[in-house]
Write a protein that binds this ligand. Structure first.
Ligand SMILES: Nc1ncnc2c1ncn2[C@@H]1O[C@H](COP(=O)(O)OP(=O)(O)OP(=O)(O)O)[C@@H](O)[C@H]1O
Ligand SMILES: [Mg+2]
Length: 226
């Protein structure tokens, strides 16, 4: 039997006069890989950030594992995000002053892991994502693709229950994009993690369990079931 782990219920979110989400609902089952697609500006990133508890909707509800995120304080939401979620954002989000390995180890250190163990784990994740060569480099010295691989390693290092990824292969060429996505999917399938992934890439969407199309801030009525 499937069980819903993350859910948006009739969520509305506006930026000034732009209505990014207009009553959007989406329920994702535990262990499911869902691809969110749709035109630029349709509200995909906004929906992802609301589901991940980064943005607070103006109306509607966000649920995670039986808890209503909207009811949690900012610090409880931050703690929950750190412990349960892995987040890969659309635009560069590494800490510029930290090396690749330090960026990956950061979420472990925030959770009070031992420094040596965090460093070892960070290196093993960088290796898995084919980014070991930038372990000692600063983000400013990395290519877009390298930085993206480091960001994915950082999102996976804590063993999250839900992985939220916004265009995780957008900055990569086809071959490295496939490798990175392969690593992300294998990790998710192995650990039973749920994945919510925004993508423009039809092949990426095709590798998901389900594709959800967003247009003008709402989920299209006929989702594509694979
Ligand atoms: N921080 C913000 N401030 C103002 N407007 C915003 C902000 N974030 C998003 N928007 C607007 O909300 C709408 C939805 O944006 P969103 O980033 O969710 O789209 P998207 O589907 O992810 O697009 P893309 O495929 O280009 O990444 C757009 O009209 C966008 O301009
Ligand atoms: Mg976006």
């Amino acid at each position: 039997m499937s069980s819903v782990v993350v859910e948006a219920r009739a969520v509305r979110k506006a930026f000034g006069r732009t209505e990014a989400l207009r009553g959007t609902s989406l329920a994702v089952d535990e262990g499911e890989v869902v691809a969110i697609t749709g035109p630029s500006g349709s509200g995909k990133s906004t929906l992802l950030l609301c589901l991940a508890g980064v943005l607070r909707p103006e109306a509607g509800e966000i649920w995670y594992a039986g808890r209503k995120l909207d009811d949690l304080s900012e610090s409880d939401r931050t703690r929950l995000r750190r412990r349960e979620f892995g987040l890969v954002l659309q635009f560069g989000q590494l800490v510029p002053e930290l090396s690749g390995a330090q960026n990956v180890a950061l979420p472990l250190l925030l959770e009070k892991h031992d420094r040596g163990a965090a460093n070892t784990l960070a290196h093993s994740w960088l290796e898995r994502l084919d980014a070991l060569e930038v372990a000692d480099a600063l983000p400013g010295e990395m290519s877009g693709g390298e930085a993206q691989r480091v960001a994915i390693a950082r999102a996976l290092v804590t063993g999250p229950r839900v992985i939220f990824a916004d265009e995780p292969t957008g900055a990569l060429d086809t071959v490295s994009g496939e490798r990175v996505l392969g690593a992300l999917m294998t990790t998710a399938r192995e650990s039973g993690a749920t994945v919510v992934l925004v993508t423009h890439d039809n092949r990426v969407a095709a590798s998901a369990d389900r594709e959800v199309v967003i247009r003008d801030g709402a989920v299209c009525p006929a989702p594509v079931i694979r």
